[in-house]
Design a protein around this ligand. Sequence first.
Ligand code: AMP
Ligand code: MG
Length: 360
Amino acid sequence: MKRLMAAVLTAVLLGSLSGCAGTPADPDKAQESIQVIAMDTVMTFKIYGEKSTHAAYAAEDEVRRLEKLLSRTDPDSDVSRLNAAAAGEEVEVSVDTLALIFSAWFFAKNTDGAFDDTLAPVSSAWGFTEDSFRVPSQEELDELLEYVGWDKVHYGTDSLIASHDEGVQIDLGGIAKGYVADRIAEILKENDIPRATISLGGNVLAWGDRPDGDPWLVGIQDPGHPDEEAYVGGLRLEDAFAVTSGSYQRYFEQDGRIYHHIIDPATGYPADSGLTSVTVVADCSREAADGLAGTGTMCDALSTALFVMGEEKALDFWRTSGFEFQMVLVTEDGRVLVTDGIADVFTAEEESGYHYETVS
Ligand code: AMP
Ligand code: MG
């Protein structure tokens, strides 16, 4: 498994090497690797094929374009302009922002509000927007929760207009990278890219297969050792998104307690669901939810929502929701649950100390 994991790093995370092109006579070997720092994360694009360089820089441009629309800290972004608007005021937004607002609404509704894009005032109170961490009082949280509710955002169905109720602010951080991954998949397709790995900090797109014909290897980080190259296992994937939400990805510590960034909309507190990470996997060559959202967007929204739900509700959702995905759950009490649709492509890290179960 150690050797397997070394291969993970090469496959998915080692995008920091600058581009190394193959010979023109062998176009399929052409390869471009770039690293992009955007949306609060380090992104690596490793792209093969004749048009790899063009595709890599087109993907970077797309990331920067979407970041400008969706940033909560840039006052000119669509999201900031909408958040600054008065109740009921109609704000014109780009087609991408509107699509994301619709997707956020759709997944919030379908997860019974476990995913909720209106938690912005609550996340800000915890200091997650500006990195000025603090523990708000329950009284303060209760007041802010009055303005939280996924049904308090309104969008045009035949116009690029969005508005919201009194005091409502949106934060698309739980879904935006998935949408970006969908847009990058479009760029790969348009440029006839045969194979690529795209890593957007926790959101991975394994496009095609590896040059040797094997599937890509995507590592699932051990939430107990986030600062080390430690994994609970690896997934061998082809043409798939794998998106992880974990409490170890962003947190602060105060008075011996850890407070992480995934908020339970029911309490306003970091979700205390017994899970430490959720990885959602789905086929990237298909559309999710009858074309209502891209698969990358779905994986991102669901990983956040399933983290909030906890083991029992997450398994129930996987069995009954009708969304086509598989998942790996890591629990606080040291178990790794792998759904049966990906059990045959999952390899456990034997020395991790975790107990592994396949669920059906
Ligand atoms: P992710 O890493 O995709 O799970 O997204 C986490 C980010 O989504 C946080 O940093 C917040 O910006 C936002 N967020 C936190 N809690 C929720 C929630 N329950 N529903 C939707 N977005 C959330
Ligand atoms: Mg998410």
